[in-house]
Design a binder for this molecule. Structure first.
Ligand code: TYM
Length: 332
């Protein structure tokens, strides 16, 4: 039985990294799995949000992106995390069996808290425990994510193991991370050593799913590269992170291997490669952006999709929380 769960934080624009690293893989998986749940993790967004003004709009935007990318609400539940209160209930139960030592190892907390660790909020520190609850609440077996979520997934597996050892073997499945394809870590277009992210101050560092064709072409033209021609094999791009990144993106969009991309452009400089990359990207991303705009113009329908998704998610959550409370020994 394959049960798939994943999510995106509604903290602003949604970009090519989110799409190639995660959502695109969900679209294929929804057809194979018995149950698929795709969450918009608004409670997670609160850990870094300064104002909450845009939270609802951002949540709708992510829902629109899921739909536009090809998630079918007849096959998968699309819902907002805050519409299923059991996420936070289970997070509390897990927080009572998660050693602080495990959380102290989390690199994302260190990155996001920066120098002012003492000022960071408890929610940011506890973030991975809530993420484990998102997954295990539905007894999810497969979690398709980008590479940056690997450490969080390992923690979710450790928490599931600790829970089972304490309250009964086999109660929670150990979830499998699914880190798929050649674009598991899409890098910034301005700096091949840092990840493409929503929080980068430079808009030229990322392609947003609602960017126009002109903007995409411009961002690709301006993307940082080097002076060397493209080699015959991907492995010969060692030490050229910007080129590696663009070749991986090309390969994923064209559904060919990175080696095949190199063979196609061997000996050439980046100009013709970038031209084709921009064309490929426009052909994939622009229709998604256009559909997102259409979904966003009809909030009532989007809202109804989120409600239907939350209904199914709450049903499953209710069943599983009963098992969990019983196992812990709480009065039913
Ligand atoms: P978030 O919102 O940062 O990103 C959503 C998904 O996009 C992937 N991703 C990337 N993949 C490749 N290259 C990139 N540059 C890139 N940037 C982002 C992420 O790996 C992720 O799969 N903690 C999660 C959200 C979350 C979650 C969950 C995920 C909360 N609960 C339960 C799975 C299961 C996050 O912050 O993702």
């Amino acid at each position: 039985m394959q049960r798939v769960l994943s999510g995106v934080r509604p903290t602003g624009g949604i970009h090519l990294g989110n799409y190639l690293g995660a959502i695109r893989n969900w679209v294929a998986m929804q057809h194979q799995a018995q149950e698929s749940l795709f969450c918009i993790v608004d409670m997670h967004a609160l850990t870094t949000l300064e104002g909450t003004d845009d939270l609802a709009e951002n949540t709708y935007t992510i829902a629109a992106a899921y739909l536009a990318a090809g998630i079918d609400p007849a096959k998968a539940s699309i819902f907002a995390q805050s519409h299923v209160p059991a996420h936070t209930e289970l997070a509390w139960l897990f927080s009572c069996l998660t050693p602080l030592g495990w959380l102290n190892r989390m690199t994302q907390f260190k990155e996001k808290a920066g120098k002012h660790k003492e000022m960071a909020c408890l929610g940011l520190y506890a973030y991975p425990v809530l993420m484990a609850a998102d997954i295990l609440l539905y007894k999810a077996t497969h979690v398709p994510v980008g590479e940056d979520q690997k450490q969080h997934l390992e923690l979710a597996r450790d928490i599931a193991g600790a829970f089972n050892r304490r309250f009964g073997e086999g109660l929670l499945p150990i979830p499998e991370p699914m880190i798929l394809g050649a674009a598991t870590r899409v890098m910034s277009l301005r700096d091949g050593s840092s990840k493409m992210s929503k929080s980068d101050i430079s808009e030229y560092s990322r392609i947003e799913l609602m960017d126009s064709a002109d903007t995409i072409a411009l961002k690709i033209r301006k993307a940082k590269t080097d002076m060397e021609p493209l080699p015959e094999k991907f492995s010969d791009l060692e030490g050229r992170p910007e080129a590696q990144n663009l070749v991986n993106i090309f390969a994923t969009l064209a559904e060919i291997t990175p080696d095949a991309v190199c063979q196609q452009f061997v000996g050439s400089n980046f100009a013709p490669f970038k031209q084709q990359l921009a064309d490929l990207m426009v052909a994939t991303i622009v229709p998604i952006g256009e559909q997102m705009r259409q979904y966003l113009a009809d909030k009532a329908t989007l809202h109804a999709t989120l409600q239907a998704g939350a209904r199914r998610a709450n049903e499953l959550a209710h069943l599983h929380m009963n098992d969990i409370r019983r196992a812990i020994g709480m009065i039913q």
